[in-house]
Design a protein around this ligand. Structure first.
Ligand code: FES
Length: 115
């Protein structure tokens, strides 16, 4: 269950760093957000897990190429830094990530989970 950071309200604790394999991804669900978390060379990235091609929640299963993920279904590629496709084409949303000790925290737009 995600919990909000005491230090910064906009960041939500989502998992431990050790939960994310190097050059691999995991899927997490936070409120209405389907998020794919990746670790590349020790840095953690968060992007929307829904591939815009077929709106399939499978990007966390994709292949890492440099600092991008390649969708396992049909090969669309998304930068983990910007979410964009090659040629600066629109892609997926990215979310700020920070680590506090072993905890991984993600900042999400508040509109979906504020009451
Ligand atoms: S579903 Fe991702 S490229 Fe087709």
């Amino acid at each position: 269950m995600p919990s909000r950071s005491n230090k910064s309200e906009e960041y939500i604790k989502v998992c431990k760093q050790e939960d994310i394999p190097e050059r691999g991804g995991i899927e997490i669900m936070v409120y209405d957000y389907e998020i794919a978390l990746f670790r590349v060379e020790g840095k953690i990235y968060a992007i929307n897990n829904l591939c815009p091609h077929h709106h399939s929640p499978i990007l966390h299963e994709g292949f890492i190429e440099q600092c991008a993920v390649v969708c396992p279904a049909h090969g669309w590629k998304f930068s983990l830094k910007t979410g964009k496709q090659p040629g600066n084409k629109a892609g997926v949303s990215t979310y700020p990530v920070k680590c506090e000790g072993d905890d991984v925290l993600v900042s999400l737009p508040k509109a979906k989970y504020s009451f």
